[in-house]
Design a protein around this ligand. Structure first.
Ligand SMILES: Nc1ncnc2c1ncn2[C@@H]1O[C@H](COP(=O)(O)OP(=O)(O)O)[C@@H](O)[C@H]1O
Ligand SMILES: Cc1cn([C@H]2C[C@H](O)[C@@H](COP(=O)(O)O)O2)c(=O)[nH]c1=O
Length: 216
């Protein structure tokens, strides 16, 4: 049975790498896929991994009918055996419904990859719809880690090095960016709640302890 699978996790946990691996393994067996992405850091129409691999993809723009696009390609004679969608959190809920229709009406597997929650710990609308509709939700095996060594479960946004909890939901960016820019860092829930990024923890460790007051 074809499935809609949502591979979800934090930033930097290997989602795009896995998307590329799934595509590679299938194309090595003669299968042909359509790869959609949206707002990849490498630019329009790209699916890129931090391991350095990048492939061409179809930019899933706002308002684009993904089901209609695939039907159009197939009716022009293109062979489509499966569909990969990266940065699926950025898709609109109705585009996720279109992906479910691709599975049900076109009998194609759809593998969607994305982060579940934003820097405020709120679900992205696309991810929410995937959680509602997916046949299966998979958590990636290579877990990203918080600076404290615990499993990272949340994404923090930093501006000028400071963690922020207000702002636009979508700001394309990366982890390990210079402190001047908008950056991201993955944290465990405890340190996300305390707004303690690695820089804040480092600064706290360096600040001198309050000296005990000696009784005269
Ligand atoms: N130099 C490196 N050597 C080995 N693995 C790396 C290196 N750089 C990045 N990675 C791996 O790539 C992962 C990020 O992969 P990527 O597919 O870009 O993540 P995502 O799409 O989830 O944001 C990191 O968690 C790490 O496991
Ligand atoms: C947390 C968060 C992230 N983003 C952006 C930043 C990146 O461009 C992507 C995630 O890409 P990755 O391949 O999973 O690293 O999402 C955002 O726009 N808003 C956020 O709150």
């Amino acid at each position: 049975m074809p499935e809609l699978v949502f591979f979800s996790g934090t930033m930097d946990c290997g989602k795009s790498t896995l998307a590329l691996q799934i595509g590679h393994n299938r194309s090595a067996r003669g299968l042909q896929g359509v790869i959609f992405t949206r707002d990849d850091r490498a630019g329009e129409g790209k699916l890129s991994s931090r391991l350095g691999l990048v492939t061409e993809a179809v930019e899933a723009r706002p308002g684009m009918d993904l089901y209609g696009y695939l039907v159009g390609q197939m009716s022009k004679g293109a062979k489509v055996d499966y569909v990969i969608v990266d940065e699926a959190q950025f898709l609109a809920p109705d585009q996720i419904d279109q992906l479910a229709r691709v599975v049900d009406d076109l009998d194609l597997d759809v593998f969607a990859f994305g982060i579940t929650t934003d820097f405020r710990t709120k679900l992205f609308p696309g991810s929410q719809r995937l959680i509602e509709l997916a046949d299966r939700i998979e958590t990636l095996q290579v877990e990203a880690m918080c600076w404290c060594g615990a499993r990272a479960t949340h994404n923090a946004r930093t501006v000028g090095g400071e963690m922020v909890v207000e702002g636009e939901q979508v700001v394309v960016g990366d982890v390990n960016r210079s402190s001047e820019e908008v950056g991201y860092e993955v944290l465990c829930r405890r340190h996300h709640r305390r707004r303690m990024t690695s820089a804040a923890a480092h600064a706290a460790a360096l600040s001198p302890d309050v000296l005990p007051v000696n009784p005269a």
